[in-house]
Structure formats: C-alpha cells, structure tokens
Design a protein around this ligand. Structure first.
Ligand SMILES: [Zn+2]
Length: 77
C-alpha cells in the first residue's frame, strides 16, 4: 500500500527533480485518493510559476528537509 509517508519521500525527490516517471505516476495516484496530501500540493501549486520553478530548480537541501519535517508532523495527526 502506498502511504502518505511514501508520498512525502517521493514528493521530496520530486522537488529535488530526481523522480522517475513510474514513481511520479504512483505519487499522482496517491494524491488522487488523499486529501491531506492534496491540500499540501494545492498550496504548493498556488506559488507563482516563476517562484515555483525556482523552488524546484534551486530548493536548498535545508528547506527541502524542513518541508519534509512539516509534512510528516502534519500527516501524523
Ligand atoms: Zn497522503
């Protein structure tokens, strides 16, 4: 079963730009069925395009770690 924790791990790699197509597909499948993860992505997608691209291209490792920690804490509820 594909869990939120798996989703977060994949999402972090997605932000790092290292996600293979197959895993991207699995992440999308999870998001189709998981409102908490969708809420996060909606926030992410609301970021202006240029800024979002900068995030994906240049997200510092530290910020990526903070994002992961935030998501883990949130999804534990
Ligand atoms: Zn989820």
């Amino acid at each position: 079963m594909f869990t939120c924790r798996d989703s977060i791990d994949l999402l972090q790699r997605f932000l790092d730009g290292e996600m293979p197509e197959e895993e991207r597909h699995r992440l999308k499948e999870h998001l189709d069925a998981c409102p908490p993860c969708v809420d996060f992505l909606r926030t992410y997608r609301a970021t202006p395009g240029l800024c979002r691209k900068a995030m994906v291209d240049q997200m510092p490792r530290e910020l990526s770690k903070q994002l992961t920690a935030f998501l883990r804490q949130r999804l534990r509820k």
